[in-house]
Design a protein around this ligand. Structure first.
Ligand code: BEZ
Length: 393
């Protein structure tokens, strides 16, 4: 059947209208999806951490009705395997092949440093939802790089003060040999030695090895007053179990950055009982904000949240603050950053602001393991700000 004159005219109008529409900027067409590149570990010793971060991030978006600043969210996910040697390629693919609007990642400090380098070079907005690499908010800091978590220095520094106040004089440290472990120990040592103690031995194993026996024998021989450690995820589970099995738990008090017992207590069981750690979250804060978050998380995932879930949730809250300020147009980077720089994030951990170098200024809690919880003991360090050494912003 030949189309009528009226049909032909109507088709021509539709074609004209469509081509005019495609010439408009994407935002004017009614907010296209915002592409979020989630670069997290989904395999290996930090797999549970990556999953908790994603859960927390998605929870906040769900609570906002699936949109931030009127834009639906599309996720592009990469398993970074906590492998720094693959990180630059992975992040370049997200930016150049997948055209993500914002990067969220990662857990491992080495991976995050590679992400920060590419983010700085390309100007892509980056929110780090865990990795504590001091350099990210130190010498590598940039106006487009933010962290929703902590610097490795922060929990270590807070614990150094606690251990010195307890009167311990001689401490051995043990960790994985990479930025997170080294910097956590450095933070601890700085305040512990200022408080009159001495770190007499620094032990380490390569990441992600969990062969601790020889080093535990060295600790027993050194007979220190206490041990300070940084391990996380699967490695933390193994270390706490091995420490107890070696008989050290009864003779040498073990202290750690809170990752030692966060998200790990089901697997550690009685071997983690009573351990003291420092972190920017605890399972028994009891504030209305935290109670509401814990309830919503448990309902959504049939799991209890941990510090990683909180950091993922807050990364989404930070993205929401920036995006709202620019009405969804993330190309307005200066306005996006300015909004975050003056924001007060209403976190389940307690409200926090960002330091000049974009790291949370936050309370660091002393917690003690009781049952399946890291229970709040006290505030070890109030509103602790990372010194941001080397950051020029
Ligand atoms: C890090 O590599 O920065 C890190 C990993 C797990 C827990 C905490 C810090």
């Amino acid at each position: 059947m030949t189309p009528s004159r009226r049909t032909l005219i109507s088709r021509a109008i539709t074609t004209l209208a469509l081509s005019a529409l495609s010439a408009l900027p994407a935002l004017a067409q009614g907010s296209p999806k915002l592409k979020v590149g989630l670069m997290l570990p989904y395999t290996g010793t930090y797999a549970a951490l990556g999953n908790a971060i994603e859960n927390g991030f998605r929870l906040h978006i769900t609570e906002q009705g699936g949109k931030l600043a009127g834009r639906e969210i599309e996720f592009v996910k990469v398993d970074d395997e906590s492998d720094p040697s693959k990180a630059t390629d992975n992040v370049n693919k997200l930016i150049k092949r997948d055209n993500v609007d914002v990067l969220i990642g990662s857990v491992h400090s080495g991976v995050a440093m590679a992400m920060a380098k590419v983010a700085k070079d390309t100007g892509t907005m980056l929110i780090v939802p865990n990795a504590g690499a001091d350099a990210v908010t130190g010498p590598m800091c940039a106006s487009n790089i933010f962290r929703s978590s902590f610097s490795n220095w922060q929990p270590g520094y807070a614990m150094g003060e606690v251990v010195a106040k307890k009167g311990h004089k001689k401490v051995v440290t043990i960790t994985w040999k990479y930025a997170a472990g080294d910097e956590s120990i450095r933070g601890f040592k700085e305040s512990f030695e200022k408080g009159g103690g001495k770190v007499v031995k620094e032990l380490s194993v390569p990441f992600p090895n969990v062969e601790f026996q020889a080093l535990l024998t060295e600790i027993a021989a050194a007979k220190p007053d206490a041990v300070y450690t940084f391990f996380a995820g699967g490695g933390a589970v193994k270390f706490v179990k091995d420490y107890a099995a070696a008989g050290l738990k009864k003779t040498v008090p073990l202290y750690g950055a809170g990752f030692l017992t966060d998200g790990t207590l089901d697997a550690q069981g009685a071997d983690a009982a009573d351990l003291l750690t420092t972190l920017h979250y605890a399972d028994s804060l009891g504030t209305p904000r935290d109670n509401a978050f814990r309830l919503a998380y448990a309902k959504a995932y049939k799991l209890q949240p941990d510090v990683y879930a909180v950091q993922g949730y807050d990364a989404a809250q930070m993205l929401a603050v920036g995006l709202t300020a620019v009405k969804g147009d993330i190309s307005k980077k200066a306005e996006f950053s300015a909004a975050l720089e003056k924001a007060r994030i209403d976190s389940p951990r307690g409200p926090f602001t960002l330091s000049k170098s974009h790291n949370p200024v936050q309370d660091i809690y002393l917690r003690q393991v009781g049952g399946k919880k890291n229970k709040l003991v006290s505030i070890a360090s109030k509103a602790l700000a990372d010194p941001g050494r080397g950051c020029k912003l």
